[in-house]
Structures are given as C-alpha cells and as structure tokens.
Design a protein around this ligand. Structure first.
Ligand SMILES: Cc1ncc(C[n+]2csc(CCOP(=O)(O)OP(=O)(O)O)c2C)c(N)n1
Ligand SMILES: [Mg+2]
Length: 319
C-alpha cells in the first residue's frame, strides 16, 4: 500500500465526516428538507471497499448514501446542491439526500425502499454476465434489509446463476430503533448468505485497511469466476437513524464504547505510529477539506431552484 493511497483514504474519511456534519447543520437551519440519514461511524466501509473496485464495477446502495456518492468521485458541491433541492444538484434537485446517483460513474443510487435495490444489483450483475465482461457489482445494504424477501430472492438467484455480485452488509447493529436480535432469527448475518451457498465472512468495518483487503479478495474471487461473494461489515452509526432520532433504544455507554473505534482515529493512529504521515500533513488535509466544503455550501446556496417546467423533465428516459 502506498503512502498516497493511505493519505487519500484519510482525506475521504475526513471529507465524509465533515460533509455530514455540515449537512446536519444545514438541516437544522432549514436549508435541507426531507429525510437525512447520516453515515458517521461507518465511513471506513465505503472508503475501503470502493478503493478496491475496478472502474467498470457498479455501485448501488440504500438511502444512507452520501459516503458512497463521495467516494465514487461525485464532487461534494453537486451533492450539497442536491440536498438543498437546487437544479445544479447531481440529481437535478429532484432526488435529495436519499437519491444521489451518477450513471457515468456507474453509481446507481440511493434507494429508499429497504432491500429494494438488491434485485437491481442482481440484475446489473446478470447483464454483465450476459455480456461476458469482467465487471462486478458492489451492493451495500443494512442488517435490517436481510429480513426482507428481496434479500433472499436476490441471494438465491445470484447463487443459482453464479452472478458477479458482491453483497456488502453494513451491520450497524440496528434497523431504525430495532436491535438485530429483536428482528432476525439468525444474528450472524453471514449465516444467511451461507444458506444460499455464498462464501461469506465478517470484517471489522471500522478499519479501512481491513475493509480494503477483504473487498479486494472478494472481488478477485468474483473475477476468477467463483460466483457471488458476501461480506458482513461489523460497524456502528454514531448518530441517530435519521435526523431527530431521540436514541432511546441504546445506552450512551454503548455509543461511547464504539466511539473508541472511530474509523478516522484508527487510520490516524496507524499513519502516525508507522510514520507514514506526520500531524502537520494530516492537519493540512483537514484544512483543505474544510475549504472545499465551504465552497460547496456557497455553491448550493447560490444555485437556482428548479423551474416549474423542470417538474415534467427527466421523468422518462428518452431513447
Ligand atoms: C420496505 C420498507 N419497509 C420499511 C421502511 C422503513 N425503514 C426505513 S429505514 C429502516 C431500517 C433499515 O435498517 P437497516 O437495513 O439496518 O439500515 P440502516 O438504516 O441501519 O443503515 C426501515 C424499517 C422502508 N423504508 N422500506
Ligand atoms: Mg442497520
């Protein structure tokens, strides 16, 4: 692993964290409306796994999608403008926080129906298999999604047809306010994947290096023709399910314990102790992220709202 790569991971982790803290501020000021689900605590998963992807691989996720949008390379200002409902947003101001997408980057979104995008991921993988390409599909979803029919149908078909898809479960311990054990008869999510014949393993989702290694291995297996793979990333969201969650279902001791494994802290400690970077270099990165975000908010504020005519544009795909 090169130094540049580690520093880029650090930059991405900090960018996601600060982007979301800024979004939360803008939400409280009433500048962002609708739903807003923060990914804070889970950043190492998007960063480490997307770093292992090939350019022609597809990425698809649920509504907790800001991080995935950032790491596939969408400019922060286009995402911020989208959250503000502005016409310059990456989805032209019509999608908002939960529906970020950029087809040119093979990033398909951003889906609000729990588990609803798993069949889409399976379909993307089927198309690539049909065309005999070496493209894989990375599909992200929460622990709660694994109790839904879509999950089981998708894994079954992927296993039956040996499709090139990597299922990445982001097990953050809760689906809204419901702990895994209260909604799932099987609490090790990997066991559900094994039931459909998929090689599956658990990964420390707070450690970007471990996420990267596991994803690289899984993608190599897919490209070697070994069929669909499954990774259960063990993680935690530090904030509420969405804005305004009173958090009555978990103790502050539990949150504090997980915060000791902050993904930014883990990478920072590694970089400093291995002398891969000094404090000044990291502070410089923090500062440049701050500047980029200030510009992103300014861009979003100054961009126009969509016009009334835009209501009827981009509803159907034109041939
Ligand atoms: C089909 C469907 N049922 C219920 C909901 C309401 N809902 C929104 S998020 C959520 C929890 C999902 O939990 P999980 O998959 O673990 O994802 P996380 O929010 O933890 O990232 C639920 C039940 C929904 N959006 N879609
Ligand atoms: Mg969850």
């Amino acid at each position: 692993m090169s130094n540049e790569m580690y520093l880029e991971w650090y930059r991405q982790l900090v960018m996601i964290r600060r982007f979301e803290q800024k979004s939360s501020e803008m939400y409280q000021l009433g500048k962002i409306g609708g739903f807003l689900h923060l990914y804070i605590g889970q950043e190492a998963i998007a960063v480490g796994s997307v770093a292992a992807r090939q350019e022609n691989d597809h990425v698809i996720t649920a509504y907790r999608d800001h991080a995935h949008a950032l790491v596939v390379g969408i400019e922060p200002k286009l995402i911020m403008a989208e959250m503000f409902g502005k016409v310059t947003g990456v989805s032209k101001g019509k999608g908002g926080s939960m529906h970020l997408a950029d087809v040119n980057r093979r990033f398909w979104g951003g889906y609000a129906v729990v588990g609803g995008h798993l069949p889409l991921a399976t379909g993307l993988a089927l198309a690539e298999q049909y065309k005999h390409t070496d493209s894989a599909t990375l599909c992200y979803f929460g622990d709660g999604s694994t109790n839904i029919g879509y999950f089981h149908e998708s894994l079954n078909l992927a296993g039956t047809w040996q499709l090139p898809v990597l299922f990445i479960c982001e097990n953050n311990q809760y689906g809204m306010g419901t702990a895994v054990a209260r909604a799932s008869a099987v609490t090790a999510i990997v066991d559900k994947a094994k039931a459909y014949g998929l090689p599956a393993s658990q990964v420390d989702g707070m450690n970007v290096m471990k996420v990267y290694e596991a994803t690289q291995k899984a993608l190599a297996a897919i490209r070697a023709g070994e069929g669909p793979q499954f990774l259960e990333m063990i993680t935690y969201r530090f904030e509420g399910h969405s804005m305004g969650d009173p958090l009555r279902y978990r103790s502050s001791e539990e949150v504090e314990k997980w915060r000791e494994d902050d993904p930014i802290g883990i990478l920072e400690r590694h970089l400093l102790s291995e002398k891969l970077a000094d404090k000044a270099t990291l502070e410089q990165i923090d500062k440049s992220v701050e500047q980029e975000l200030e510009a992103a908010v300014k861009f979003a504020e100054e961009s126009p709202l969509p016009s009334a005519d835009d209501l009827f544009a981009h509803i159907y795909v034109e041939a």
